[in-house]
Design a protein around this ligand. Structure first.
Ligand code: 13P
Length: 251
């Protein structure tokens, strides 16, 4: 396993000034942390100033979404050409994009292809809904999301997959280590290897869904988990740094 990965997804939060302040506090606190790869995903409008503020630091930047076309009449959208100079990563297929903005696997597949084409590393989010879970269909649902989102790709560059069960996002009810172990090994890892061969073994898997400084160690203890994707707790500077610190040494 390489360095642990901690991604902070700020979602649609923070004024511009708050975002800059948060980024600069995280940067100072992470100055001497080399064992954890910290990635911040602020709102689009704060990406460029935060890129400048983080210049020369060991923190990477992610966008929270991206359209797949390079340019044109797509009001409100941001293209890979615009993002590639600003950030190294992009979160794709987040469950809020899937449920609120009706993104389907086919669209997400186009986005993954476009990101890779332009050298932006996708953080592909997958996860079952509470209905899938109730019906005992979690593995089938997550497998289908991965297969369809990676359709036609035999080389995925530096893709990461984030397992974010929809029922665990923002609810305070995180998935148990047993569930994470089962989904990450029997579903995510095995699907990646069957699609991509040996290179599927090296793709980092993150867990996301009600991660806090108090429970992060449980997730990092899971065999296939290389890091965490943090929502709400990433907006609280002290808690986020606590999560980063606790991710340093093997649990
Ligand atoms: P919470 O950590 O707030 O549950 O959000 C998780 C998430 O959606 C990260 O992308």
């Amino acid at each position: 396993m390489g360095r642990r990965i901690v991604v902070g997804n700020w979602k649609m939060n923070q004024s511009h000034q708050e975002a800059l302040d948060l980024a600069s506090k995280v940067q100072s606190a992470c100055e001497n942390i080399s064992e954890v790869h910290v990635i911040l995903a602020p709102p689009f409008v704060s990406l460029i100033p935060i890129r400048d503020c983080l210049y020369g630091s060991n923190i990477s930047l992610a966008a929270q979404n991206m359209f797949y076309q390079e340019s044109g009449a797509y009001t409100g959208e941001i293209s890979p050409l615009m993002l590639k100079e600003v950030c190294d990563y992009v979160i794709l297929g987040h469950s809020e994009r899937r449920s609120i903005f009706r993104e389907c696997n086919e669209t997400i597949n186009k986005k993954v292809i476009a990101a890779l084409k332009h050298g932006i590393r996708p953080i592909l989010c997958v996860g079952e809904s509470s209905r899938d879970r109730q019906l005992g269909d979690s593995i089938t649902a997550v497998k289908l999301q991965i297969e369809e989102s990676l359709q036609g790709l035999s080389h995925v560059g530096e893709l990461m997959v984030a397992y974010e069960p929809v029922w665990a996002i923002g609810t305070g009810e995180s998935a148990s280590p047993e569930v994470i172990d089962t989904i990450s090994s029997e579903c995510i890892r095995s699907t990646l290897v069957s699609l991509l061969g040996d290179s599927g073994k090296a793709i980092p898997i993150l867990y996301g869904g009600s991660v806090t400084s108090l429970n992060v160690a449980e997730f990092l203890d899971c065999d296939q988990v290389d890091g965490v994707l943090v929502g709400g707790a990433s907006l609280d500077y002290k808690q986020f740094i606590d999560i980063v610190n606790r991710s340093q040494a093997p649990a």
